[in-house]
Design a protein around this ligand. Structure first.
Ligand code: SOE
Length: 389
């Protein structure tokens, strides 16, 4: 059997989640290749060495260019902040490596276009963007049910990704709050998931948007220790240069409307991605805070038996589930990362692109940019006489 050796560039929160995927997938699924966690790369040698030790990477390194040039590396997994995705992913593709890149694909449409072109030009090489929630069994199953026609013609969608970690004004200015590193704020970080999940489950592209993005807390303490979502504050304040909240309307290719929301200010909502797809024959709803189930409403059921019912997506017949525990045993946040690895390894061995292609990442990037353009236009707002502040 072939052995595929992986280099992971970056080792923050997403690096930990991806490491769990690389470690678990070969143990839980019968993969068509052996996978070796070869090297983890980070700018600070000590921190990279600690990540290697914690997750079981064979070695650590500090120069991603040197690692990409190595002949004994087959797959490059990019889990750095968005500002380096394009440079690393394109270099890896040109070096003939398969690439898994965290979402959003890039920080701009121009970068995402270059990445999609590099992926298309790289023969015999697979490229995948890490829209992990596609591979939560309930989300994959929701997609399958829609494709089977259980909701009929899609007439309306509601998609929201809501967190509350920025409600505290003393939460420090981590890279996710700086445009030069993150590209955008709630919009790109979590709105990208809401957009991608909508396009994935409906099979329909978002063709137009109209919306508003807003920064609620405009200055925050500078970051001291740590990074990402769990840093501590240092002395002094700095400017938040990305949005905290994005609320927008989208139109799907079939004409249906979508209400989108992406926020880090939904007090009490910790990590809630919800989607509800309403159609002529029924409706399906998913909530990440209850990720082992779906809600299904069947309009064709007898009138005296109608109402949303809960489907437990925990059985061997459901996507990905049979590889894990006996039926009925729950899965969690981290399992999607193993499913992503499984599909990528199968795609590499079969020579087919697993879904979540760079072209799909580019499509999401175009929607993100369109929301920002729309938000900059005052004409999106029509004032109500007598109610204007
Ligand atoms: C932080 O907002 C974050 O970790 C996102 O970056 C992830 O994509 C999402 O899975 C959870 O929240």
């Amino acid at each position: 059997m072939t052995t595929l050796r992986v280099a992971m560039i970056g080792h923050g929160f997403m690096g930990s989640a991806h490491s769990v995927g690389w470690r678990q997938a070969p143990r839980m699924f019968s993969l068509p290749a052996d996978v070796e966690m070869a090297v983890v790369v980070g700018r600070k040698p000590e921190a990279a060495a600690a990540a290697a030790e914690q997750w079981g990477w064979q070695e650590s390194a500090s120069d991603w260019r040197e690692v990409i040039a190595r002949d004994d590396i087959d797959i490059v997994d990019v889990v750095t902040p968005g500002d380096s995705h394009a440079e690393i992913a394109i270099a890896a593709l040109k070096a003939g490596k398969h690439v898994l890149c965290e979402k959003p694909l890039a920080n701009s449409v121009a970068e995402a276009e270059a990445m999609a072109q590099a992926a298309a030009a790289a023969t015999g090489v697979r490229a995948m963007v890490g829209f992990t929630y596609r591979r939560v069994p309930a989300v994959t199953f929701l997609r399958d049910l829609i494709a089977e026609g259980v909701v009929g013609e899609i007439q309306q969608v509601r998609a929201a990704y809501r967190q509350d970690w920025l409600v505290d004004p003393e939460m420090p200015l981590a890279w996710r709050l700086q445009k030069e590193h993150a590209g955008s704020g709630a919009l790109g970080d979590i709105g990208a998931h809401a957009i991608d999940t909508t396009q994935f489950v409906t099979g329909l592209a978002v063709s137009a948007v109209s919306g508003t993005i807003e920064t609620i807390v405009k200055q925050r303490p500078l970051l001291g220790e740590g990074s990402g979502l769990s840093g501590t504050a240092a002395d002094g304040y700095g400017e938040v240069t990305v949005d905290d909240v994005a609320i927008f309307t989208g139109r799907l290719a079939n004409g249906a409307l979508v209400s989108f929301e992406a926020t880090r200010f939904a007090t009490g909502r910790k990590n809630q991605l919800t989607i509800e797809v309403s159609g002529t024959k029924g409706a399906l709803a998913f909530d990440l805070e209850d990720l082992n189930s779906l809600q299904f409403y069947d309009r064709t059921a007898p009138a005296d038996r109608q109402g949303f019912t809960k489907i437990l997506v925990t059985e061997g017949v459901h996507p990905y589930v049979s590889a894990w525990w006996p039926a009925g045993h729950m899965l969690g946040y981290e399992h999607g990362f193993s499913h992503q690895v499984k599909d990528l390894i199968e795609g590499i061995v079969d020579g087919t692109d697993p879904h979540g292609t760079f072209a799909e990442g580019l499509a999401v990037q175009r929607v993100l940019e369109a929301v920002e353009v729309s938000s900059g236009r005052e004409s999106a707002w029509v004032s109500i006489p007598g109610a204007t502040p």
